[in-house]
Ligand binder design. Structure first.
Ligand SMILES: [Zn+2]
Length: 74
């Protein structure tokens, strides 16, 4: 019966150590996306909103895809 108590205490210690290690490792990980808000622009053809970095620059404006740039600027 004494050994059961020792096993329970050891298991609780391991559990606490693992949960604390998981919390610190996930907290130190850098975020996948940048914290700054991205500038959103609108497609000249279909009016969909997309980040400026992903937009295509055409003669008449910005586009979400090469297809829409071709449709608006034949
Ligand atoms: Zn579009």
């Amino acid at each position: 019966m004494k050994y059961l108590l020792v096993i329970v205490v050891v298991l609780m210690g391991v559990w606490l150590w693992r949960s604390r290690r998981d919390a610190t490792s996930s907290g130190s990980r850098p975020p996948a996306r940048p914290a700054q808000p991205q500038q959103m622009v609108q497609c000249h053809h279909c009016s969909v909103h997309l980040p400026l970095a992903e937009a295509r620059h055409g003669r008449l404006g910005l586009y979400c895809s090469e297809d829409h740039q071709r449709r608006s600027e034949p």
